[in-house]
Design a protein around this ligand. Structure first.
Ligand SMILES: [Zn+2]
Ligand SMILES: [Zn+2]
Length: 125
Protein backbone atom coordinates (compact mmCIF):
# COMPACT_ATOMS: atom_id res chain seq x y z
CA UNK A 1 0.00 0.00 0.00
CA UNK A 2 1.17 3.43 -0.89
CA UNK A 3 0.69 4.93 2.56
CA UNK A 4 2.70 2.12 4.13
CA UNK A 5 5.48 2.77 1.67
CA UNK A 6 5.47 6.46 2.50
CA UNK A 7 5.80 5.67 6.18
CA UNK A 8 8.68 3.31 5.55
CA UNK A 9 10.47 5.72 3.21
CA UNK A 10 10.21 8.55 5.71
CA UNK A 11 11.38 6.44 8.65
CA UNK A 12 14.31 5.18 6.57
CA UNK A 13 15.56 8.73 6.20
CA UNK A 14 15.66 9.13 9.95
CA UNK A 15 17.72 5.94 10.33
CA UNK A 16 20.62 7.72 8.66
CA UNK A 17 20.19 11.25 9.94
CA UNK A 18 20.76 12.26 13.51
CA UNK A 19 20.00 15.94 12.98
CA UNK A 20 16.52 17.51 12.82
CA UNK A 21 14.93 17.58 9.36
CA UNK A 22 12.13 19.72 8.01
CA UNK A 23 9.18 18.36 6.02
CA UNK A 24 10.42 20.33 3.00
CA UNK A 25 13.82 18.71 3.20
CA UNK A 26 12.26 15.24 3.35
CA UNK A 27 10.03 16.12 0.43
CA UNK A 28 13.07 17.01 -1.66
CA UNK A 29 14.99 13.96 -0.52
CA UNK A 30 12.14 11.74 -1.71
CA UNK A 31 12.14 13.54 -5.08
CA UNK A 32 8.54 14.63 -4.75
CA UNK A 33 7.29 11.05 -4.67
CA UNK A 34 4.75 12.02 -2.01
CA UNK A 35 2.99 15.32 -1.64
CA UNK A 36 3.95 17.58 1.23
CA UNK A 37 0.74 17.03 3.17
CA UNK A 38 1.31 13.25 3.14
CA UNK A 39 4.80 13.76 4.45
CA UNK A 40 3.68 16.21 7.10
CA UNK A 41 0.83 13.97 8.23
CA UNK A 42 3.19 11.02 8.59
CA UNK A 43 5.69 13.10 10.54
CA UNK A 44 2.95 14.26 12.89
CA UNK A 45 1.83 10.65 13.39
CA UNK A 46 5.37 9.54 14.15
CA UNK A 47 5.56 12.32 16.68
CA UNK A 48 2.26 11.27 18.24
CA UNK A 49 3.40 7.68 18.74
CA UNK A 50 6.78 8.72 20.05
CA UNK A 51 8.97 7.73 17.10
CA UNK A 52 9.96 11.31 16.39
CA UNK A 53 10.14 14.59 18.24
CA UNK A 54 9.91 18.07 16.84
CA UNK A 55 11.30 21.52 17.53
CA UNK A 56 10.46 24.92 16.12
CA UNK A 57 13.05 27.64 15.79
CA UNK A 58 12.69 31.37 15.49
CA UNK A 59 12.10 31.03 11.74
CA UNK A 60 8.92 29.02 12.54
CA UNK A 61 9.99 25.93 10.60
CA UNK A 62 9.17 22.65 12.35
CA UNK A 63 12.03 20.15 12.42
CA UNK A 64 11.67 16.49 13.28
CA UNK A 65 14.26 14.21 14.82
CA UNK A 66 14.31 10.71 16.21
CA UNK A 67 15.09 9.08 19.49
CA UNK A 68 15.15 9.85 23.16
CA UNK A 69 17.77 10.78 25.71
CA UNK A 70 19.69 13.96 25.25
CA UNK A 71 20.07 16.18 22.24
CA UNK A 72 22.32 19.16 21.77
CA UNK A 73 21.96 21.10 18.58
CA UNK A 74 23.49 24.21 17.13
CA UNK A 75 21.44 25.69 14.33
CA UNK A 76 22.73 28.11 11.70
CA UNK A 77 20.04 30.75 11.18
CA UNK A 78 21.55 31.67 7.81
CA UNK A 79 21.92 28.35 5.94
CA UNK A 80 19.55 26.45 8.27
CA UNK A 81 21.91 23.57 8.97
CA UNK A 82 22.22 21.68 12.22
CA UNK A 83 25.10 20.08 13.96
CA UNK A 84 24.98 17.91 17.03
CA UNK A 85 27.45 18.17 19.86
CA UNK A 86 27.89 16.18 23.03
CA UNK A 87 29.16 18.53 25.70
CA UNK A 88 26.62 18.42 28.49
CA UNK A 89 26.14 20.23 31.77
CA UNK A 90 22.76 18.73 32.47
CA UNK A 91 23.61 16.79 35.66
CA UNK A 92 23.24 19.89 37.79
CA UNK A 93 20.02 20.94 36.11
CA UNK A 94 18.53 17.43 36.26
CA UNK A 95 19.36 17.20 39.94
CA UNK A 96 17.75 20.58 40.54
CA UNK A 97 14.56 19.53 38.70
CA UNK A 98 14.40 16.23 40.61
CA UNK A 99 15.14 17.78 44.00
CA UNK A 100 12.99 20.89 43.81
CA UNK A 101 10.21 19.97 41.39
CA UNK A 102 10.09 16.23 42.06
CA UNK A 103 10.21 15.10 38.44
CA UNK A 104 11.88 12.01 37.14
CA UNK A 105 13.89 13.47 34.25
CA UNK A 106 13.77 11.38 31.06
CA UNK A 107 15.75 13.49 28.68
CA UNK A 108 16.43 16.96 27.43
CA UNK A 109 16.94 18.95 24.28
CA UNK A 110 19.32 21.84 24.23
CA UNK A 111 19.66 24.04 21.23
CA UNK A 112 21.57 27.10 20.24
CA UNK A 113 21.16 29.37 17.28
CA UNK A 114 24.10 30.98 15.56
CA UNK A 115 25.96 31.50 12.31
CA UNK A 116 28.18 28.65 11.12
CA UNK A 117 31.79 28.94 9.98
CA UNK A 118 30.90 28.67 6.28
CA UNK A 119 28.32 31.41 6.52
CA UNK A 120 30.73 33.65 8.40
CA UNK A 121 33.21 33.21 5.52
CA UNK A 122 30.49 33.90 2.95
CA UNK A 123 29.47 37.06 4.74
CA UNK A 124 33.05 38.39 4.64
CA UNK A 125 33.07 38.29 0.83
ZN1 LIG B 1 25.42 28.54 7.97
ZN1 LIG C 1 22.87 16.63 27.51
Amino acid sequence: MRSTKARRDILNIFQNEDVPLSADYIYELLNGEYDKSTIYRNLKNFEKNGKLRSIVFSDKITYFYKGSGHFHFIYCVRCKKFERFNLCYSETISKFITDTLGYEVLGHTLYFEGICKNCQEEMKK
